[in-house]
Structure formats: C-alpha cells, structure tokens
Design a protein around this ligand. Structure first.
Ligand code: PMP
Length: 305
C-alpha cells in the first residue's frame, strides 16, 4: 500500500491526503480518460532535486493536447505546483505523480463536456525493479501482447487508458516468473517494456527503437542518449528485429521508475556474458552521479524544489 503523505495538490490547492477524492461517475474511471507523469525527486547536498521537472510537465501538456484537452494551468504554474507539493510534504527523495483527468459531468464517450481536473501527489519510493537488479540485472520475456498499432492508441500520449496494455504485459511476465516483459510493436519489431524504454548494445554501438515503434518518448531515454553520446558512444535510433534481443552484448531498460536497469536474460537466453556489461555500468555511473548531485549538472536537469 502507498505510504500516506500530508497533502495532495488538487485543482489549485493543497488538500489533506484523504480528502483528494473523486466521484465514481468521473469520466476517467469509465473510459481511462487521464494523462499522467511519473517524476523522481533525488536527495542531493543542495536539497531535493526534481529530475527534469519542466520536460515532464511539458509532456503532460502534450499528452492532453493529443486528446483535444487544454490543462487549465500554464507550464510555469504546473512546475510551481509540483515544487509546492514537494515542499509541503517535506519530500526528500521519492516519486511525484501528477495526473490530469476528465471528471464528473456526462456519461457518454465524448469527454469534452467533463471538467479537466488536476492532481499532484508525492510518494516515498525506492528502486522499481529492486536494488539488486541495478547490478545483477533482471530476467525478462518477450510478451505475447503487442504494443498498440499506430492509428489505434497514440503511444506518445502518456494516457491512463494506454496502461491497460502495459498491465497485460506486466501481469503475463510476472505470472511466468519474469520481472518484466518486452512488447513488440504491431509489425513485430522491438518496442519497449510495460513502463520502460529499451536499449541494446552490439559491437560497441548502442541501439534503441525510434518513436515510430509505438514507444513513449521517455525522458530517461533522452537523458541516456545524451550521456552516451557525450561519452563518445555511437547511439542509433532505428527499427530493430526481435532476434537482436537474443544477440545483444548488453541490454538495459530506462525509465523514471526503473532508472537504468540491466537485463540479464530474455526468454531464458543469457544476454552477452549474463552479467551487467561495461557500457551499461558506465552510463549508470554517470547518471547516478548527476542525480545525486555528485557530478556537474551541465544541462540543468536538476530542478530544486
Ligand atoms: N515507456 C512507458 C510505457 C512508460 O510508462 C515509461 C515511464 N514513464 C517509459 C517508457 C519511460 O519514460 P520516462 O523515462 O520518461 O519515465
């Protein structure tokens, strides 16, 4: 269960945690009409640092826009609201969950006559796939579920309804004894995990599927591509066939929750030597150095509360 904190920011003001409730006939409950973000806050010597807060809130605005929805707050107001919530809850490190949803109004499928509601919660949280996983890596499978095809659900929107697909991938993986599932896109090419982007290393080159492979445009993905290029590693965004997963020297997931998590096997086939590879370890070291405030933040990724 979620550990309660003091406040949730709800439609413009901080309310007590238990008072942030919605009506059962809210549109989002019936049709998945919501947009959300997941953001990490890290403890640093200069205080709590929210990782790439502004790009996360811009992605929230973009997700809503795809569904003809204007959030009734500006980017600056949303950024300020997250910082206010972090301060009010005295969060030092953890997870921030902003959510925009269509509330109570009409029962029909058309959402546009239902109010746009906004909430921001903070949650204390550790490693998503486990602390040991960061070094040892996780065992994954290729899911029998594909990601949604283009022109069905827009993958670039981080929308609540999309996560019904993620839930099928995740539940199947766990039921079969894996930590996570990798979904292929509608053409059978590599897409992503249920809540993570995927990177693959072969012969010293790093590959990751492009936005056209039904992925979310991950902020950690962007971060890792930037860091790898800075380290002099070639990164190619390209369509990847499934069997590249079995031939990779290294594989890792990226995401706000997963951070950078190595993958040690796919469908019980070991990845490379079956241990965390050198490129994975090197990019992890740089990433954690920056978010913990130990390495210079040259891109302004840490936004202090
Ligand atoms: N893909 C999906 C489906 C996700 O839910 C997430 C987590 N937001 C990601 C990728 C990784 O995105 P980010 O690095 O922005 O957290």
């Amino acid at each position: 269960p979620i550990q309660k904190m003091d406040y949730i920011w709800f439609n413009g003001e901080l309310v007590e945690w238990d008072k942030a409730t919605v009506h059962v006939l809210s549109h989002a409950i019936h049709y998945g009409t919501s947009f959300f973000e997941g953001i990490r806050c890290y403890e640093t010597p200069q205080g709590p640092a929210i990782f790439r807060l502004t790009p996360h809130m811009q992605r929230l605005i973009d997700s809503a826009k795809i569904y003809r929805t204007t959030i009734p707050y500006t980017l600056d107001q949303l950024v300020a609201a997250v910082k206010e919530t972090v301060r009010a809850n005295r969060l030092r490190s953890g997870y921030i969950r902003p959510v925009v949803f269509r509330g109570y109004g009409e029962i029909g499928v058309n959402p546009l006559n239902n109010p746009v509601e906004v909430a921001i919660a903070t949650i204390e949280w550790g490693k998503y796939l486990g602390a040991e996983a960061m070094e040892q890596g996780v065992d994954v499978c290729i899911s029998s579920w594909n990601r949604f095809a283009p022109n069905t659900m827009p993958a670039l929107a981080k929308a609540g309804g999309n996560y019904m697909n993620s839930q099928l991938i995740k539940m199947e993986a766990i039921a079969n004894g894996y930590a996570e599932g990798i979904a292929l896109d509608a053409d059978g090419h590599i897409s992503e995990g249920s809540g993570e982007n995927l990177f693959l290393v072969r012969n010293g080159v790093v590959y990751t599927p492009p936005l056209t492979s039904s992925i979310l445009s991950g902020i950690t993905r962007d971060t890792v591509m930037t860091l790898l290029r800075e380290m002099g590693v070639e990164v190619r965004e390209q369509v990847l066939p499934r069997e590249m997963l079995y031939l990779a020297d290294e594989l890792f997931f990226t995401g706000t929750a997963a951070e950078i998590t190595p993958i040690r096997s796919v469908d019980r086939i070991p990845v490379g030597t079956g241990r965390r590879g050198p490129i994975t370890a090197a990019v992890q070291e740089v990433f954690f150095g920056i978010v913990q405030g130990e390495r210079p933040d040259r891109y302004g990724w840490l936004e202090y509360a």
